[in-house]
Design a protein around this ligand. Structure first.
Ligand code: SAH
Length: 442
């Protein structure tokens, strides 16, 4: 973050706007809307800054703008000279307003045009009367606090009210009915709502591969319990003030044993919290989500499972590998390369059968054993294969070739990210952007 965002209280404060012209006038408008007392001048003089909370310059002679910038900064008064970032101590965001709701967008001064484009998208996404919903919140703030002193209960109630009937009425402009509905729901609100655990698939690591449901739950969670596979980019989509608990988990290096994770989830839910148990990929694909769900069911805790884009799908999509392919692969098998007591305990005869694609999870260290098992049972050593690291993210890397060659080169190739091995004739059918284009043209 290059600039720290903050909203200034300017009601009754003096703001200097130096310069006369269209731009200066445009800058003056939101200042007036915020209740500022404007001091306008065409030429700069240091005494103009006396008692000022803020200063803005535009449409004035160069020397005056320069002097304004220098003097204001020397006195600690925030100053903006329009379109002259080097003379500014703050920048002005693109803003979207709905009554008391203000959304500010900044690209750190790097691309104001992009900020304006984003503003248009947010304008389109924000209902015109959403400000009325905020007003409803303000009107009942004290009453809500009094009735629901515990934060989780308060938050649960407000989230319901802000998406339910009171909000719908407020947005329809029916304020009196909205207030009545709000009061009625507040009256009926439970002071200690039961907690719930959402076992959420976080996908392969790219935030835009989260499902909409996962995104919503991340925005609502009181606490997020996550492990190593979930990267910062996905966590950044969560509510800022949600508590985060890291429970580790990398191969053979579990930070918290599974039983303790299970117990933790139960305890958090019993505190009335909305718990998101965030897992890489899909919770039910080699994610031990099943064990957590069983424990929650045993303890009588409400839970739901939210699917995520599993590594095999994300890797294959981005690598252009059709996991099933007409006439080539009619079976897709997800396999763990994780060993039990050092031994790969797999049905190699079944895995070596032709006409299928294998996606091997957690298989990096056991690839030589896998190769041996598969080839012993008849899979050709030159079967097309791809090792895909950090699949589905901008950092995806691929090592492709005949299986035996990939296995041989892998140790020198693998980096730090998680990697998946895909084996099968379908890997040889991979479509690339250009190739896909050609195909479309024939
Ligand atoms: N639940 C997860 C899998 C967890 S097991 C899912 O559905 O994707 C951990 C293994 O998943 C890693 O060892 C690796 O083989 C694979 N994996 C997870 N994310 C990956 C990614 N972004 N790219 C490649 N492989 C990944």
């Amino acid at each position: 973050m290059r600039h720290y965002p903050a909203f200034l209280k300017l009601d009754g404060r003096t703001v200097l706007v130096l310069g006369h012209g269209e731009v200066a006038d445009r800058k003056a408008e939101p200042l007036l809307a915020a209740g500022a007392v404007l001091r306008r001048a065409e030429r700069f003089a240091p005494e103009l800054l006396e008692g000022c909370a803020l200063a803005i310059g535009a449409d004035a002679p160069e020397a005056d703008l320069f002097a304004l910038s220098e003097t204001a900064q020397a006195r600690g008064i925030p100053v903006n000279i329009v379109d002259r970032p080097e003379l500014c101590s703050f920048i002005m965001p693109a803003i979207i307003e709905r009554d008391d709701i203000t959304v500010a967008v900044s690209t750190g001064g790097a691309a104001p045009v992009l900020a304006r484009m984003l503003r248009q998208r947010i304008e389109a996404a924000l209902p015109p009367l959403i400000g009325r919903v905020a007003a409803l919140g303000a009107r009942f703030q004290a009453a809500v606090r009094a009735k629901l002193p515990a934060l989780p209960a308060r938050r649960a109630f407000l989230e319901r009210a802000f998406t339910g009937r009171p909000a719908a009425l407020a947005q329809a402009g029916r304020q009196a009915e909205a207030e009545a509905a709000f009061a009625e729901e507040l009256e009926a609100a439970e002071t200690t709502p039961p907690g719930m655990v959402h076992l959420v698939g976080g996908g392969p690591g790219a935030p835009d591969l989260l499902t909409l449901r996962a995104l919503r739950l991340l925005g609502e969670a009181d606490v997020i319990v996550h492990d190593r596979l979930v990267g910062e980019a996905v966590l950044a989509m969560a509510r800022r003030d949600a508590e985060r608990i890291f429970v580790g988990k990398s191969r053979a290096n579990h930070c918290l044993p599974q039983e303790e994770i299970n117990t933790l989830l139960v305890r958090l839910a019993r505190q009335g919290k909305r718990v998101v148990r965030l897992k890489g990929g899909d919770p039910f694909v080699f994610g031990r989500g099943g064990e957590e769900a069983q424990e929650l069911a045993r303890e009588g805790i409400a839970f739901e499972v939210v699917p995520g884009v599993t590594a095999a799908l994300a890797c294959a999509a981005q690598a252009g590998i059709p996991l099933t392919h007409r006439g080539v692969a009619r079976v897709l098998t997800l396999v763990t390369g994780h060993t039990r007591e050092g031994r790969l305990d797999l049905d190699f005869a079944a895995l070596a059968r032709p006409g299928q694609t294998l996606a091997i999870y957690m298989g990096i260290t056991t690839m030589p054993q896998l190769l041996e098992g598969l080839t012993t049972h008849g899979l050709p050593a030159h079967t097309p294969a791809a090792l895909i690291e950090q699949g589905g993210t901008p950092a995806q890397r691929e090592l492709r070739g005949p299986l035996e060659q990939v296995v041989e080169q892998a140790p020198g190739w693998v980096g730090k990210g998680p990697a998946l091995l895909v084996i099968g004739e379908a890997v040889g059918e991979a479509v690339r952007m250009g190739a896909r284009h050609d195909a479309a043209m024939c």
